[in-house]
Design a binder for this molecule. Sequence first.
Ligand SMILES: CC(C)(COP(=O)(O)OP(=O)(O)OC[C@H]1O[C@@H](n2cnc3c(N)ncnc32)[C@H](O)[C@@H]1OP(=O)(O)O)[C@@H](O)C(=O)NCCC(=O)NCCS
Length: 255
Amino acid sequence: MFQSTVASAAIVGSAAYLAGYAHTAATDRPPMLQVALIGASGHASDVLSLIESLNRDAPAEHYSHCRVVGLFHSDPASMDSRRFEDRDVEVLALDTLVGLAAEMTGLRYIACVGYPSDRQDVAQSAAVVGLEPLTVVHRTAAIGTNVTLGTGVVILAQTSISPVASIGDHSYISHGALVGHDTIIGAYSSLMPGCSVSGDCIVGPGSTIGSNATVLEKIEIGAGATVGAGAVVTRNVAAGDTVVGAPAKVVSSRR
Ligand SMILES: CC(C)(COP(=O)(O)OP(=O)(O)OC[C@H]1O[C@@H](n2cnc3c(N)ncnc32)[C@H](O)[C@@H]1OP(=O)(O)O)[C@@H](O)C(=O)NCCC(=O)NCCS
């Protein structure tokens, strides 16, 4: 049994979690998960790629696969469809998702939009139509002991979540991001590629930590704050502030 706590609706790719999904007989295996990706931008493309890799790597006779029923966008015609060519998925009108949610029992969704506040809006609307969020974790993510993952969390490749860390609902942990031991990442946060949040930090809900930024240990990042790409955060950041540079300084504030 794996020790970490994962939201019930999860497909996960690290060896430890796959152990939790192993079944001895083909008839025992969990049913295929069906998921709607809400969003059709590069963010959605990354999430789709993660699901594609999980389906490719897990033998179907032992593990539940995940079928993406569509990428849903309010204006499909405005999206650059080339990024989804040859990927066995369609970009569909968001309106159609309401009917689909009613028809398909157990349909899950992932909010695949970049801004934390937009992700929160998506999650609220999805809850109204009865969709349940799905958590997906790349098989190369190193997930420590007693890590807690919320619902609707996305964890991309080559990431590391140290022991006793907690990742809030609908957070997005991008390629190569590191989360230190005992650190709490609030709901709807985005950790951009290559950033490091050290141990014993608290990142407030709806925060963004930019690419390759470093947050030193025991720092508190307030709700809705933004840390610029490459910043080194040496002091607490107030809610709604944007900080850049090394050491990081405030450049704007939404307080
Ligand atoms: C910090 C950030 C959010 C600021 O965006 P913004 O509010 O639009 O601010 P601006 O672009 O107007 O920049 C404000 C000032 O900060 C500077 N600045 C912006 N980002 C900076 C950064 N990462 N490091 C250092 N200085 C930065 C700008 O040069 C500008 O300085 P000036 O007033 O002297 O000209 C943004 O630049 C950033 O770094 N976002 C993270 C991006 C990221 O990691 N993306 C991942 C994609 S996968």
